[in-house]
Design a protein around this ligand. Structure first.
Ligand SMILES: [Zn+2]
Length: 157
């Protein structure tokens, strides 16, 4: 009996989308919505949960695998982008005193550049674009500026 039920289930899902990342998330959101509905005695979260359940069934039983996979790719790409941004923020914070992060104007990739005051020629290793940046360090003056300020102060006296 058990094997025939198993066979029936696998036959039902043959050539269909089944469980993917989006569907796991829908199930998780549904559980939360049902809990909220019970805690607040409100039917609205339950209605949303029901609509999501229909969406879940539609996606799980869908035979349009190409489209469902595309949706899944969108999800994994978005998740990867968030992780990448988070790592970058961590790195930025960690070496904020020694390096600056600049976007290549051609390919939009973020490049790590040694933090030295003044103009700098940058070569992008991703797209071989060459561009110039000027690094300004707030609260930090270079020698010439310091001399100029001193001279100014002396002139005032
Ligand atoms: Zn580039």
């Amino acid at each position: 009996m058990a094997s025939t039920l198993k066979d029936k289930i696998s036959a039902l899902f043959a050539g269909r989308n089944g469980l993917d990342m989006w569907n796991y998330i829908i199930v998780a959101v549904d559980v939360v919505l049902i809990a909220v509905s019970m805690l607040t005695n409100s039917y609205l979260p339950l209605c949303i949960a029901f609509l999501l359940l229909i969406l879940f069934l539609f996606r799980a039983l869908s035979r349009n695998l190409a489209k469902r996979q595309k949706e899944n790719m969108f999800f994994t790409d978005a998740a990867k982008a968030i992780v990448r941004q988070h790592k970058l923020n961590g790195m930025r914070w960690k070496d904020r005193k020694t390096h600056v992060y600049k976007k290549c104007p051609a390919c939009r990739k973020v490049l790590r550049v040694k933090r030295r005051k003044g103009p700098k020629d940058i070569h992008c290793p991703y797209c071989n674009n060459d561009f110039k940046i000027i690094i300004r360090i707030p609260g930090e003056l270079d020698k010439e500026e310091k001399e100029a300020r001193k001279a100014e102060a002396r002139a005032k006296k």
